[in-house]
Design a protein around this ligand. Structure first.
Ligand SMILES: [Zn+2]
Ligand SMILES: [Zn+2]
Length: 333
């Protein structure tokens, strides 16, 4: 099938204007209004979130115990690396730089493939992910931000509480981001809607794949089980925490060489650059959200940008918003 440019639009969020709530940059955020009920009930939402967050750690403990009995195989590690890379790039290149921020436009099969790859990371369905992240940019580090580490103020205790909230605590708050408001472009996209609906099945697939591959490579079901642990649960848990670290650590520690909007404290944090595929150059990202490259300075590893460049050379993505020297210089502090 010939590759043809997609007709659907990838728009930058229309940045809904924050409500006129005053915020001085240091106080705890005011309490939220009443939260609308979620379909299926609160307990179901909290239970599913708890399973997603806790189960990988139970698996990690189990994996360690199995390792003690020498039940880890080279194939498990290779499978884990491959799946970490595919699902990680699905999130960074697909969900984030492409679908959320419109840093490039992709031909239809690539757009769908990236949305599927990102969904295999078990970070929520693609439309919900994008809506939440656009809200984070609309209200960064001020009331309305779904995961700001400054939620409880800037004194030490508030900061520690805020760090836990920004890393994982926010997932447990029943604070739905309306996709109708933040991701109408994706709701209007049949392909993306289908990927979004398939999220539960993709969560099963992301575990079935390593199990099946491990079994096929090793020849017995025990190889399937160890592959499921390492390349399934442990791989998912690691990417979860790297992604969440961009939300938490990359708004608290690191360097801020670029100007961002008022109250926005996004940072560049080099130790996470490789594991996060370049997403930890988060200060530049908040200074210029549509830029397809986040690591713009010399020596800043940005594997996601390298993949976008490769896809561009293959003719599979186009209209890439590469940072120009002028644009970068204009944003430098
Ligand atoms: Zn951020
Ligand atoms: Zn972003």
């Amino acid at each position: 099938m010939p590759l043809s440019p997609t007709t659907s639009t990838t728009v930058t969020p229309s940045d809904p204007a924050p409500p006129p709530r005053s915020y001085d940059g240091t106080s705890p955020f005011p309490p939220d209004g009443p939260v609308p009920a979620r379909d299926g009930g609160e307990w179901l939402y909290v239970t599913v979130t708890a399973v997603i967050v806790i189960l990988p750690f139970v698996a990690l403990g189990l994996a360690g115990w199995l390792l003690w009995g020498s039940l880890i195989h080279p194939a498990d590690i290779v499978l884990a690396l491959v799946l970490y890379t595919i699902t990680g790039l699905g999130v960074t290149v697909g969900f984030h730089r492409g679908l959320t921020h419109g840093g490039y436009r992709a031909v239809r099969p690539v757009r769908i493939a990236l949305a599927v790859a990102g969904s295999l990371s078990v970070q929520g369905d693609v439309i919900g992910w994008v809506a939440t992240h656009r809200r984070h940019h609309a209200f960064t580090d001020q009331p309305g931000d779904p995961h700001s580490p400054y939620r409880y103020g800037t004194h030490l205790r508030g900061q520690l509480r805020g760090l836990v909230h920004a890393h994982v605590g926010w997932l447990f708050r029943n604070e739905r981001t309306p996709a109708e408001r933040y991701a109408p472009d994706l709701l209007a996209d049949r392909d993306i809607r289908a990927v979004s609906r398939a999220f539960p099945a993709l969560c099963v697939l992301t575990l079935a794949l390593p199990f099946g591959a491990g079994w096929a490579i090793g020849g017995t079901w025990r190889y399937g089980v160890t592959a499921l642990l390492w390349a399934g649960f442990v791989r998912i848990a690691l990417l979860h925490h790297v992604t969440w670290s961009v939300n938490s650590l990359c708004h608290m520690i690191g360097e801020r060489p670029f100007r961002t909007r008022r109250h926005d404290r996004a940072t560049n944090l080099w130790p996470l650059a490789l594991l996060s595929f370049g997403e930890s150059w988060h200060n530049l990202h908040h200074a210029d959200p549509t830029s397809a490259r986040h690591g713009v300075d010399r020596g800043q590893l940005d594997p996601s940008a390298a993949v976008i460049r490769l896809l561009e050379r293959l003719g599979w993505v186009h209209d890439v918003r590469w940072p120009t020297a002028d644009r970068v210089a204009a944003r430098r502090v």
